[in-house]
Design a protein around this ligand. Structure first.
Ligand code: URA
Length: 288
């Protein structure tokens, strides 16, 4: 079975295929479509995911996006105002500078002992991240949920199972060739949306993780992760399909696995996003 067929089976969307002629017009932005990515299997299933690869001009964080037609309405939960975090004072600047020089053990210890925001009072465990520390792929999610808070590992619930299956369809696995982390290292109580200050306090940890891993590609999972990394409030529908950059590393945006569990219609788009990420990774020069 081709990787693509495997991926679609994982997502359970076989029944979504319809003949191309009778398919309604795609609501998503057309164009931004270039040649088929090298990783895309030769034998394609019909319709639905035909638009796959996308021009991979890198867009730096915060820069205007490439010309795009009207995107589909954003359907993920609205993230807080991520770019409005307070300008750090001297103490915060010192903290950030210290984190920016940490090695892995120091960083892990700093996260485990962090009391920089109120989430430390309600967490069971911090969730540092998991995977190969020299991975060429890095995935960034939002924040730990209940299971992750209990187990201290990202994406161990239902969304995590889907994520692992999606990675498997790409020939990737956590612990082998992927590093997975979240923007927030502590669970927001009741799985509420993260607050801007919480994201601001946690950001230096993620920034240092990315600097230490130096992945060839970062995949931002969901609106919150994408908007946090790229310092933008642009909706995820507009961020998808373009290669952005974080500290010089290419960033591809896709939907959050928890959202994909609920939203059949966007699962095929997630495959397009991962094909783009694969293309970006392969172009960077290594086979994962
Ligand atoms: N959702 C996330 O964004 N991260 C996790 O670790 C779990 C669920």
């Amino acid at each position: 079975m081709s990787r693509r067929a495997q991926f679609l089976e994982v997502l359970g969307i076989q029944t979504e295929w319809v003949p191309r002629a009778s398919r309604p017009a795609q609501p998503e932005a057309p164009a931004r479509v270039a040649a088929q990515p090298a990783a895309l299997p030769a034998s394609e299933p019909p319709a639905a995911v035909t638009a796959a690869p996308v021009a991979a001009a890198v867009v730096q964080a915060g820069a205007p996006l490439a010309a795009a037609a009207a995107p589909p309405p954003a359907r993920e939960p609205v993230a807080p105002a991520l770019v409005s975090a307070a300008v750090p004072g001297a103490a915060q600047a010192d903290r950030e500078a210290a984190i920016a020089t940490m090695d892995w053990p120091a960083l892990e210890a700093a996260v485990a002992g962090c009391t920089a925001c109120g989430l430390c009072q309600t967490r069971t465990s911090t969730v540092f991240g998991v995977g190969a520390r020299q991975a060429e792929w890095m995935l960034v999610g939002e924040a730990p949920g209940e299971n992750e808070d209990l187990q201290g590992e990202p994406f161990v619930g239902q969304a995590g199972k889907l994520l692992d299956n999606m990675l498997g369809a790409l020939g990737l696995a956590r612990g082998r060739n992927v590093f997975i982390a979240n923007v927030l290292k502590c669970r927001p109580p009741g799985n509420r949306n993260p607050e801007a200050d919480e994201a601001a306090q946690c950001e230096p940890f993620l920034r240092r993780q990315i600097a230490l891993v130096r992945p060839r590609v970062i995949v931002a999972l969901g609106r919150f992760a994408a908007q946090s990394l790229l310092r933008t409030t642009t909706p995820i529908g507009k961020l998808r399909g373009t290669v952005h950059a974080y500290q010089g590393i290419p960033v591809v945006v896709t939907y959050h696995p928890a959202y994909l569990l609920r939203t059949l219609t966007d699962k095929a788009r997630a495959w397009e996003d991962l094909c783009l990420a694969r293309e970006v990774h392969d172009r960077a020069g290594a086979g994962a």
